[in-house]
Design a protein around this ligand. Structure first.
Ligand code: TYD
Ligand code: MG
Length: 460
């Protein structure tokens, strides 16, 4: 038998090198390389070819009896929405997020709700002792839920236990980074252990029809491998995000084999657990600075749901040679483009100014329709004139300075009318499509029209 060789694996990106170094040459991460034992017999593909001991596999047709994957609703509507209607039996879900963001709370609530409907649920907590999980359950008022609680972290023992007791409907592993297998000669939390254990559990779930939920901590220092390295193994990847200073938490799907990836679930962290937020717009606008210059409300869409969000801008004279541009909750390139369009097409001189843009409430925007609202906030701060009150904005700005049409006009307008807004600034191309009677529209076709409303001179 060939001698086991040493391999040095970067815990941040998975790159393998033959010698240790302080910095990973592949991803540039410092102090992330750990020694792991490579498989003594070489890559599995080569073993299979050399040995020639493969078994013929059987094929199946594409025809199915049921068109839609059967769903197991957890009873938490926001969680189910992000999953695409509920948990899919036999699938694997990864829930990633920063430590302390509320992953264990979310999954204990979902597991308990499901268990209360009579479905068998197993919750394996490798991070916390049963007493700690019980205290959390008491805080959430869920001590009566028949969840089978365990603390096993050894892969072989977990699979043996599950096989003996019969496959449950839901298995929660909190967290996947505590799992270890004797078959893998690496410390728990390393890439080899993470990949090996995760794929073994995913195959178990696929074979048994249980839904597997793996919790993974996003790590910063590379000492423990992050959830990114197992994203390809699972069917659905959800990230739980939010600022620890804010009580809002957003659950977002970044990969979903059984549903959409642009849906978000909004929660509020309270003393008694995560509360679902059915009307996120009202929450995001609750502590708005009405009438202050530098703010504008964006009529946005997240998946199938309209959400109104306040954008805040600060344009201040700069003392630096290169003025500062900083963005929280949106794409910095998008802001740079908008500033360039305002300069080049509308004659707004921002070159000597620092520009800051902030999306209130800790939400991350990816919708280009936010351009018009961002421009309004910037112009309002630049001129010191408050943007007209009770007005929502949406529209994409192109490099020529034209305001482009965006989708879901009706839903955006209905949400704005519902929350008491009395006017909407919209792309002219959308406004000609239809008129919503209870919300007067102010169409703009070029960005310089908006600039003129703030009292700035129009370019020649
Ligand atoms: P937790 O679910 O343990 O986070 P994670 O598993 O992602 O590390 O929750 C962490 C934080 O949430 C903790 O700081 C306390 C707070 N919290 C509440 O505010 N209300 C609650 O009901 C619970 C259970 C936790
Ligand atoms: Mg936890």
């Amino acid at each position: 038998m060939a001698k086991a060789s040493k391999a040095f694996v970067c815990q941040a990106c998975g790159a393998v090198t033959t010698r240790w170094s302080g910095k990973c040459t592949a991803c540039g991460e410092w102090n992330s390389i750990i020694e792991e034992t490579a498989s003594p017999s070489g890559p599995p593909a080569l073993i299979a070819i050399k040995g020639g001991k493969g078994r013929p596999a059987s094929f199946e047709s594409l025809q199915v009896e049921t068109l839609d994957a059967p769903r197991l609703p957890t009873g938490m509507a926001e969680f189910d929405r992000v999953l695409g209607g509920g948990l899919v039996p036999g699938s694997a879900v990864l829930v990633g997020g920063d430590p302390g963001i509320g992953k264990s709370t979310l999954l204990l609530q979902a597991a308990a709700r499901l268990a209360l409907t009579g479905a068998p649920v197993v919750y394996l907590s490798g991070e916390e002792a049963p007493a700690q999980v019980r205290i959390r359950a008491a805080r959430l008022g869920l001590t009566q839920a028949p969840v089978a609680l365990g603390t096993e972290t050894n892969l072989a023992n977990i699979i043996a236990t599950l096989s003996k007791a019969g496959a449950p409907s839901l298995i929660v592993i909190d967290s996947v980074q505590t799992l270890w297998s004797e078959g893998l000669e690496a410390a728990p939390g390393t890439i080899s252990q993470l990949r090996g254990c995760a794929s073994a559990l995913v195959s178990y779930a696929k074979g048994s029809g249980s839904t597997l939920v793996l919790v993974g901590h996003v790590t910063k220092d590379g000492q423990i491998a992050g959830p990114k390295v197992i994203e390809h193994v699972v069917d659905t990847v959800l990230y739980f995000e939010g600022h620890s200073g804010h009580q809002f938490r957003i659950l977002r799907a970044v990969k979903n084999r059984f549903g959409p990836t642009d849906e978000i679930g909004v929660f509020e962290m309270r003393y008694d657990g995560l509360q679902q937020v059915e009307n996120p717009s009202a929450l995001f606008l609750s502590d708005r600075d009405r009438g202050a210059p530098g703010t504008a409300v964006f009529g946005g869409m997240e998946g199938t749901r309209p959400i109104l969000i306040e954008l805040q801008a600060l344009v201040a004279p700069s003392t630096l040679g290169t003025p500062r541009r900083a963005v929280v909750g949106s794409d910095p390139n998008r802001l740079a483009m908008l500033i360039a369009v305002l300069e080049a097409r509308c004659g707004v001189r921002l070159a000597g100014h620092d520009v800051y843009l902030n999306v209130a409430g800790g939400l991350k925007l990816g919708d280009p329709a936010a351009d018009l609202a961002a421009a309004a906030a910037l112009l309002s701060s630049f001129t010191g004139r408050p943007a007209p009150e009770d007005t929502v904005y949406f529209g994409e700005v192109s490099l020529t300075g034209a305001v482009r049409a965006v989708g879901h006009m009706d839903q955006r307008l209905k949400e704005a009318a519902k929350l008491g807004f009395t006017r909407a600034v919209v792309p002219a191309a959308c406004a000609s499509e239809r008129e919503l009677r209870d919300l007067p529209l102010m169409p703009v076709s070029q960005l310089h029209e908006l600039v003129a409303w703030f009292g700035l001179p129009e370019p020649d």
